[in-house]
Design a protein around this ligand. Structure first.
Ligand code: SAM
Length: 386
């Protein structure tokens, strides 16, 4: 209900009175998306590992931020169990997440519960988002909210958004924007509350917003007002210490873990695939080089050393090229083609998956054929299935 109407338009007739009608302002991107983008930008800037979305609704914000590589745990909490469930399938990993796993683990957990209840699984977060939440709390819950979120959870950063009622006269009907809103604050009311809370719990706060008013609207502020709170110093031990742990009040509504290179089986599979791919490339380059050498000899031309040919040509930086060239070269002995593990480790896509020859050997030994001392991958040149 935040498509505000402004600009006087054609009148409508109500009895004998012409009532002015205001034309709609279309926020672009839509206002809810501007709010999500605001949080997304905070994630981009501050690189939190653990983010909680309190009053997460259908978890659209979580879906939007989950691709950030810094995130290791995202938690959503909502009092409305039906809402939490409604789009949870959008949070599951898709085939691309398995084909190209993340570097770091990521878990997403949705809890059914109230933000004014303490649950120790929400301790120690870097960022807590409360987007369009506080105006849904009755006066009793609103009074408990700062003590739980700021005092008990005490995350490093909290972002709170809420409607700005200074903007409301631009709407055609001046009333609450949603039937479930318990209040809507103007900028002064929100800022007074936020500064009090910040002072009480050791946070700084900055005010901003999203949803620019029309140019001729005067000083009404943003349609959605936002406070960004940053904890000053380390969390107070009284609130975040281990002695507070043990309270599991919320009910898990949904939980999922993403494949990542931190998981041994995932790393092993990725490394096996990458090593096999690189070995096949080198084998075909070698075969191609040999045939070029042969043809060159027949035609009396000078040809390149087959060991230096690459197929297909990958793009390397100068440093990567140097590292590859300085590593032991693949070689042939009888019908066997050998690729030293050190050579493979020089390739960036392999070294991303393991940091030493020993680790590589341990991970691929039972899936890729190695020579007797385990220093090289072997391929039988007569076996065209490999
Ligand atoms: N943050 C979401 C967004 O921006 O799309 C949803 C906002 S919706 C306007 C407000 C949400 O707060 C609802 O999903 C509602 O169920 C939830 N909510 C209200 N009171 C709550 C409480 N005490 N604890 C947890 N969630 C609550």
């Amino acid at each position: 209900m935040e498509q505000s109407n402004t600009e006087e338009g054609n009148g409508v007739v109500d009895g004998n009175v012409d009532l002015p009608v205001k034309k709609a302002i279309n926020f672009y991107p839509p206002l809810y998306r501007q709010r999500y983008n605001f949080v997304k930008d905070l994630v981009n800037k501050h690189k939190p590992k653990k983010v909680a979305d309190l009053g997460c609704g259908n978890a659209s914000l979580i879906q939007m931020i989950k691709s950030h590589s810094c995130l290791e745990l995202i938690v959503g909490v909502d009092i409305n169990e039906d809402k939490i469930g409604s789009k949870r399938c959008n949070l599951s990993p898709v085939s691309g997440d398995y084909l190209s796993p993340r570097d770091l683990n990521l878990s997403i957990v949705l809890y059914h519960g109230s933000v004014v209840e303490r649950d120790c699984r929400l301790l120690g977060f870097d960022l807590v988002a409360c987007i369009e939440l506080i105006e849904h709390l009755d006066s009793e819950d609103l009074a408990r909210f700062p003590e739980v979120v700021f005092g008990y959870l005490c995350p490093a950063m909290i972002v709170i958004s809420t409607p700005n009622s200074d903007f409301n006269p631009l709407f055609p009907i001046v009333t609450l924007r949603d039937s479930d809103h318990k209040f809507e604050w103007n900028r002064k009311q929100f800022q007074t509350w936020a500064l009090d809370v910040a002072n009480c719990y050791g946070y700084s706060v900055e005010f901003t917003g999203v949803g620019e008013p029309p140019e001729d609207a005067g000083n009404v502020g943003y349609c959605t007002q936002i406070g960004v709170f940053q904890r000053i110093g380390a969390p107070a031990t009284k609130s975040c210490g281990a002695e507070q742990c043990g309270e599991h009040i919320y009910k898990i509504a949904y939980s999922v873990s993403y494949p990542s290179l931190q998981q041994k089986q995932v790393r092993k599979l990725m490394l096996t695939n990458e090593v096999s791919r690189q070995v096949q490339n080198m084998r075909w380059s070698y075969a191609l080089g040999l045939s070029l050498l042969q043809n060159g000899k027949e035609n009396g031309q000078k040809t390149r050393d087959p060991g230096l040919l690459t197929f297909p040509a990958p793009v390397f930086t100068e440093l990567e090229k140097l590292k590859i060239e300085q590593s032991p070269k693949p070689f042939c002995f009888g019908n066997k083609f050998y690729v030293p593990l050190e050579r493979l480790l020089a390739y960036p896509r392999v070294s991303r998956l393991c940091d030493s020859v020993d680790t590589m050997r341990a991970l691929i030994a039972d899936t890729v054929p190695l020579n007797t001392d385990g220093s090289a991958v072997t391929v039988d040149l007569r076996d065209h299935s490999q």
